[in-house]
Write a protein that binds this ligand. Sequence first.
Ligand SMILES: [Zn+2]
Length: 291
Amino acid sequence: MSRSLRNAVLLLLGLGLALTLGSCATRRGGEAEGWRAGLFCGGDEGAREAARLNADGLTGVTVNVFGRPEQGWALYAPQIAETIETRCAPQTPAFAAALARWSARHGLPASGVVDSASLTALKITWQARRPFVTLRGQGICPDPPPDSVLAATGPGEDLGKSVRLRQRALWAYRRMVADARRDGVIPPDQPQLLALFSGYRDPAADAARCAAQANCLGLVRAACSAHRTGLALDLNLGSLPGLTVDNSADANRLFQTQTPAYRWLVRNAARYGFVNYVFEPWHWEWTGEAP
Ligand SMILES: [Zn+2]
């Protein structure tokens, strides 16, 4: 075999391998939810340097994404990876390169390092997906829906207390959970994973509870909660021992964002019309109807 022919054969074999791996990486459903690393997650020297900084920053830098200082950005890594379109682990050069490309497209310095500038831009991107937040930005608090469009959870769909959502949001939720179960992220020994623990909340009841408990979550609950729309839902992702499923301690949220169920939601929920309030891994909103 001539050298040029042999090189051509090797090139074709390499292309075939790359295409096979590439199609695996984009396949939906049934795949492992872990990070990729190794062969296809490398990069040039610039990306490798950014990757070293990202590896340190994952747990080592103080960030403030949602108005509260936090140690590291590891709990945002799944959403960051989805947004910048990589499956590679956050400490890999390919992750840094993907972030650099995303930053360049958004008019930011393309350093590939997760820093306050990139985190701020990512947060704006995430929040812009939430029609409720857009309305709030216009000073509008949507009216609650009429009772007639609300429907209640059935057996096994909540954590023991009935939850109401707009009917079509509940249907979308059911389709999503059925597919999550099919994909193996709700193991038989954790049947309550992704069950609902909150949905529609009557604004008057929210305001009364806020006053009674002197706990208004920064007045959000009392003033205008997304839960008044019947489109917001809180999903059980489990919790650290001793903490509730909606405890916003950094360690609890980090635990939740590392679960296969959350990883699956990050990669798939948009197909069913759901978007995440990224600060709260459990809080999702259905976008199939206007708030
Ligand atoms: Zn919520």
